[in-house]
Design a protein around this ligand. Structure first.
Ligand code: ADP
Length: 665
């Protein structure tokens, strides 16, 4: 909130470390598809070469057929013996050859288009899926830094940039080489002297292109910044709609967006004014080349002698071929600026792609995992001290940027020396004020984060790392277990229940997709959800989520509970909702939770009276430490924090145990 600066994220740091990204793109994604690429390239080559045939034939035909007392009918590369001799035959030959050339151009341009795009889009598709798969494996730390927007950009824009580079830019640069090379070769073959004069335009066009790119680049940068600025404004305004309305700030918001939009308009026009200069400029240069060729070649023919220092002869046919080919140079050269642009974009994009791919994942399966066959549900925290490290920055110097307000630093433990044991089937309730570290404790059991002792060799731990201790399930350190085993043994019911876009049945089944249909209903009944589901228009097949029916908080919660019942985990993590629901719903939820916790080891962040009172053990947390522990009765008897709060709350339905303050010391 405090700063608008585009500060470097650790994500950028990985990106900067990517070496030769485009080479890597080719090695990792292009190599297996070289056949597609080669077909595209060859077809491209053939089509472009064929497009040079008509002017050549035309020139040859003029000299041999159309001019009185015409000379020999000859075409570069083709042996004269293959060519017909009579005027009329030569005429028909020329017509057919020109027609055939156009057919070849058409067919091979199609082949080139399809195969080049097959290549490029296959790469894009694979890169996109790989990026997404990588993202699924990334540590939670990555998502804490709220870099999901960045990932979306990688998945959408960057893959598209790569695709454009791989079909357009690569193929256009091949075309550029073929055309300029081919045209120059033909011209020099026909008349080297005139070729020199005509082709002076090529370096001039290159120089003009370089000038253009240098001048337009800063304007592009400004335009891109304006796009980003406008998007941020829009996003921000839309998400703050309620605030805007309630404070009568609509006009103010419109003003701000207008300002951002105007800035984009100005910056875009600055780009367009220049870029619309480019193409006509190139055409003008080609026009000058045409005029000069026309002047010199025309004089040569009209006066029937080489003008100025030139020597030899120029036939009318060659002259016409020259004039045609001069026109052919513009189009491929005019693509140079696009090619360079797409190349730069693709380089930056593949840097981002591989930057994402290279982010190390620390919470992973161990090399030699302990086999966990059946879980009894014994949970133990043994002297656990933990701080959130953040996405470990690779050699960044932006460390001092981290402000106090960010709170947790890797050198700053969020929980300290947490030790307790939950026997199979027991319920342990965690109570304490917000920020005391309750969720953090539970996240460690799920391995959303790992206690990062130096023992995990993969991580370049900072020397001041504070982490210590171990979390164990059935006596095994969770870090020695497979992630799938740990998470498969644990059911997690969070405060904010998330439902995917899909049917209710899909949502209950989520995570165990192969289970039988009937089990869904059984689970829903157990979670007290069957009744309301049955009343929905399409029952279990009713769509929920973004494009489906809206459900109340209590209903969503019961679906989430049904999902957990369905999963049938040995260990349960319960983050009870604080938000009040009506008494009846509360009762229903309570009943389904009671059902759920029965016979399962349960760790609960407790807000509900019954959860706390019936817990086998209550841990009172303050500032990351366990300050009191015991059963409800024991703690009451002790007459300290818990007791004070309990008495203050007595008579109320809900214990707002959050109200504990970090009193004293
Ligand atoms: P509780 O669940 O008791 O409210 P938490 O475990 O959520 O407490 O938070 C404990 C402390 O850890 C807080 O100071 C919070 O700011 C910090 N914290 C929580 N999650 C993160 C995170 N993902 N990254 C960095 N710090 C965090």
């Amino acid at each position: 909130m405090s700063s608008h600066t585009e500060e470097e994220t650790p994500f950028d740091a990985y990106r900067e470390q990517v070496d030769r990204p485009l080479t890597r793109l080719f090695l990792e994604y292009g190599r297996g598809r070289l056949h597609l690429f080669s077909v595209g390239m060859v077809a491209n080559f053939v089509a472009r070469m064929a497009s040079l045939v008509p002017p050549l034939i035309l020139g040859a035909a003029i000299d041999a057929v159309f001019v009185d007392g015409g000379g020999e009918f000859s075409i570069p590369v083709v042996p004269n013996a293959w060519l017909p001799t009579g005027d009329l035959e030569q005429f028909w030959f020329s017509v057919s050859a020109i027609a055939l050339a156009f057919v070849i151009v058409a067919v091979f341009t199609w082949i080139y288009g399809v195969w080049a795009n097959l290549f490029a889009h296959e790469v894009m598709h694979t890169v996109r899926v790989d990026c997404f798969a990588k993202m699924q494996r990334l540590d939670m730390t990555f998502f804490d830094d709220k870099q999901t927007g960045e990932v979306m950009a990688v998945l959408n824009n960057d893959t598209q940039n790569l695709e454009r580079f791989l079909d357009d830019a690569l193929m256009n640069s091949a075309r550029l080489l073929v055309m300029v090379g081919g045209i120059a070769a033909v011209m020099f073959y026909l008349n080297p002297q005139l070729a020199l004069i005509t082709l002076v335009a090529v370096p001039a066009m290159f120089a003009f292109t370089v000038w253009f790119m240098r001048t337009v680049e800063p304007r592009y940068v400004r335009q891109r910044a304006a796009v980003g600025w406008l998007n941020t404004r829009l996003e921000n305004s839309l998400s703050g709609m309620a605030l805007t309305k309630t404070t009568n700030s609509e006009t103010y918001e419109v003003g701000r967006v207008r300002e951002a939009s105007k800035r984009l308009f100005d910056d875009t026009m600055a780009v367009l004014r220049l870029s619309y200069l480019y193409r006509p400029g190139m055409e003008l240069l080609a026009g000058i080349a045409f005029a000069v060729t026309f002047l010199v070649g025309g004089l040569w023919i009209v006066t029937d002698s080489a003008p100025g220092p030139l020597t030899g002869t120029l036939s009318l046919g060659d002259f016409v071929t020259f004039l045609f080919l001069t026109q052919f140079i513009v189009a491929p050269l005019a693509e140079v600026s696009n090619i360079v642009d797409q190349y730069e974009n693709a380089k930056a994009s593949s840097e981002r792609v591989f930057g994402l791919m290279d982010i190390p994942v620390f919470v992973t399966d161990p090399e030699d995992p302990v086999e966990l066959e059946s879980v009894a549900g014994h949970v133990e925290y043994d002297g656990v001290t933990f701080g959130y490290g953040g996405l470990s920055p690779v050699g960044t110097d932006s460390e001092e940027e981290r402000t106090e307000s960010e709170g947790a630093d890797s050198s700053e433990p969020v929980i300290s020396d947490i030790s307790f044991v939950a026997e199979p089937g027991e319920t342990v309730a965690l109570v304490g004020p917000t920020g005391a570290g309750k969720s953090t404790i539970l996240k460690l059991l799920l391995r959303l984060y790992d206690v990062d002792e130096p023992r995990s060799s993969a991580r370049q731990t900072e020397s001041d790392d504070v982490d210590e201790g171990a979390v164990r399930i059935d006596g095994h350190d969770v870090r020695d277990l497979r992630l799938a085993d740990v998470r498969g043994a644990i059911g997690y019911v969070s405060q904010d229940t998330f439902l995917f876009d899909g049917t209710i049945a899909d949502n209950i089944r989520y995570g165990r997709f192969d289970a039988p249909e009937e089990a869904v209903e059984t689970a829903a009944r157990a979670a007290q959800a069957h009744e309301f589901i049955a009343e929905l228009p399409e029952g279990y097949e009713t769509r929920v989520g973004e494009r489906g029916v809206k459900l109340s908080g209590g209903q969503r919660q019961r679906i989430a509970l049904a999902r957990t019942v369905f999963q049938d985990p040995e260990i349960l993590i319960l983050d009870e909702a604080t938000s009040a629901v009506d008494t009846k719903t509360e009762l229903l939820i309570q009943r389904s939770i009671d059902h759920l916790t029965e016979d399962r080891t349960t760790l609960a962040i407790a807000h509900r009276l019954s959860t706390v009172r019936d817990a086998d053990q209550i841990l009172v947390l303050a500032a990351g430490r366990i300050v009191e522990r015991g059963t409800h009765e024991e703690l009451l008897e002790r007459g300290d924090r818990y007791a004070t709060l309990w008495n203050a709350q007595a008579g109320s339905d809900e214990v707002t145990l959050d109200a504990f303050t970090d009193g004293g010391e």
